[in-house]
Design a protein around this ligand. Structure first.
Ligand code: NI
Length: 258
């Protein structure tokens, strides 16, 4: 795989003959998966979608693998107590991811690499993969046996977690984290004006429904101090997570189907 331009790997900008051509040399595709949910008193609602897409485009640029449009809505039921959050129920997200995988598999894509920006999507996305394998087989897709899906959470790449620990210590927290906010500051300079010092956050704890979440975490943060984030940090997080995921993607593409 060779580094290329972002324009070249955006599925949105390709024609169908170009995609057919691409499939002759690669069966890999990257699907960014985010969420549209509150990110504390200063963070952007679109943080998880913005970060997942930015990491995905950078991984695509470094590997030459096509990147689909971002699935910007995820499973954010527990954030619905805060204005602006838009959530898919787990069963809805499962159906969406299942259908997207099946659409891609039908054309001959066999390695579907989902770059995720939101912890709340993980369980449902893996369930969608399990269901998609079954459907691909029952529909008799010729490549059903070769179909592989993989979930890659950029914020859980060891390199990204190490950098977060180094920069923020225990102020990284669990939601509206400085690492993800840093990437949004790098991508969208208009967000810099929202940064301000914040009081100590509510600690992380169990997650139940939206009312309980708001009671436990009144400003939306879980143990995090996003005021520590800078755009320069964001560039570093993008670089280390894209490098880690690009390597992981190359391994995934190289795995034999059987
Ligand atoms: Ni987030």
């Amino acid at each position: 795989m060779v580094a290329t331009s972002v324009e070249d790997i955006r599925l949105q900008l390709r024609s169908w003959p170009e995609v057919e051509e691409y499939l002759k040399r690669s069966k890999g595709v990257i699907v960014p998966l985010g969420s549209t949910e509150q990110h504390g008193p200063t963070g952007a609602i679109g943080t998880d979608a913005l970060t997942a897409e930015a990491v995905a485009l950078e991984v695509g640029r470094r590997t030459g693998v096509l990147v689909t449009p971002a699935q910007a809505f995820g499973m954010a039921e527990h954030h619905l107590g805060f204005a602006g959050t838009m959530s898919l129920q787990p069963s809805t997200l499962l159906a969406v991811m299942h259908d997207l995988v099946l659409s891609l598999a039908r054309h001959g894509f066999e390695r579907i690499y989902v770059i995720n920006g939101h912890g709340g999507n993980i369980a449902t996305c893996k369930a969608a993969f399990a269901q998609a394998y079954g459907t691909a087989a029952s529909r008799g897709l010729p490549n059903a046996g070769a179909l592989r899906c993989k979930l890659a959470n950029w914020f859980m790449a060891p390199e990204a977690m190490n950098l977060a620990r180094e920069l923020y210590g225990d102020k990284e927290g669990h939601h509206a984290t400085p690492s993800e906010i840093a990437i949004t500051l790098q991508l969208e300079p208009s967000l810099l004006s929202k940064q301000r010092p914040l009081p100590d956050p509510a600690p992380a704890g169990p997650i139940h429904g939206p009312e309980d979440f708001r009671r436990r975490h009144p400003d939306g943060r879980m143990g995090s101090d996003p005021s520590l984030a800078t755009a320069e940090h964001g560039a570093r997080f993008l670089d280390v997570s894209a490098a880690a995921l690009a390597k992981d993607l190359e391994r995934f593409l190289g795995e034999p189907a059987s």
